[in-house]
Design a binder for this molecule. Structure first.
Ligand code: RB5
Length: 147
C-alpha cells in the first residue's frame, strides 16, 4: 500500500517521525510537504494529498496539523475523500471499519509521538467492514453530488 503524507508547520516534526515509522512498517509513501517548520497554510497541503488519493494515485493519505481539525475540514472538501480525525486506536479502527476512511488526520499538538504511531499502525492495517456501512457511504456520495 502506498501512502500520501503531508503536514503544515505544526505537524512537520511528527510527520518526519511518522515517515520513519512507515519505513519500519514497510509501507511506501510520498511526502507532499511541508519541508520545514516555517509557517504555511494547511489547506494547501490537505489539497495535495486529498487530490492524489481521490485520483487513486495513492490508496491512503495521512495529514498532520496542530489539531488535525483544519486538515480534516480541508481534505473532506474533495469529492471521494473520507478524512477522519482520530485521537486513539479505537477511533482509528472504527474510521476504517465503518467509514472506510481514506485519509487519517492527526493533531500533533494534542498527542504524543507514541500515540500517533499506535493510531497509524491500527489505521493502516484495519479493513473496511462493508455490509450496512457501504449503504451509508453511498449516501455520503449522494450528498457530494447534490452540491
Ligand atoms: C496552525 O497554527 C494551526 O492552526 C493548524 O496546524 C491546525 O491546528 C488547524 O486546524
Amino acid at each position: 500500500m502506498k501512502i500520501a503524507i503531508a503536514s503544515d508547520h505544526a505537524g512537520f516534526e511528527l510527520k518526519e517521525k511518522l515517515k520513519e515509522f512507515l519505513n519500519e512498517l514497510g509501507y511506501g509513501y510520498k511526502d507532499f510537504g511541508t519541508f520545514s517548520k516555517e509557517s504555511v497554510d494547511y489547506p494547501d497541503y490537505a489539497l495535495r494529498v486529498a487530490e492524489s488519493v481521490a485520483e487513486k494515485k495513492f490508496e491512503r493519505g495521512i495529514l498532520v496539523c496542530g489539531t488535525g481539525i483544519g486538515m480534516s475540514m480541508a481534505a473532506n472538501k474533495v469529492p471521494g475523500i473520507r478524512a477522519a480525525l482520530c485521537y486513539d486506536e479505537k477511533t482509528a479502527r472504527l474510521s476504517r471499519e465503518h467509514n472506510d476512511a481514506n485519509i487519517l488526520t492527526l493533531g500533533a499538538r494534542l498527542m504524543s509521538e507514541k500515540k500517533a504511531k499506535e493510531i497509524v499502525k491500527v489505521w493502516l492495517k484495519t479493513e473496511f467492514a462493508g455490509g450496512r456501512h457501504s449503504r451509508r457511504l453511498k449516501k455520503i456520495e449522494e450528498i457530494e453530488r447534490m452540491y
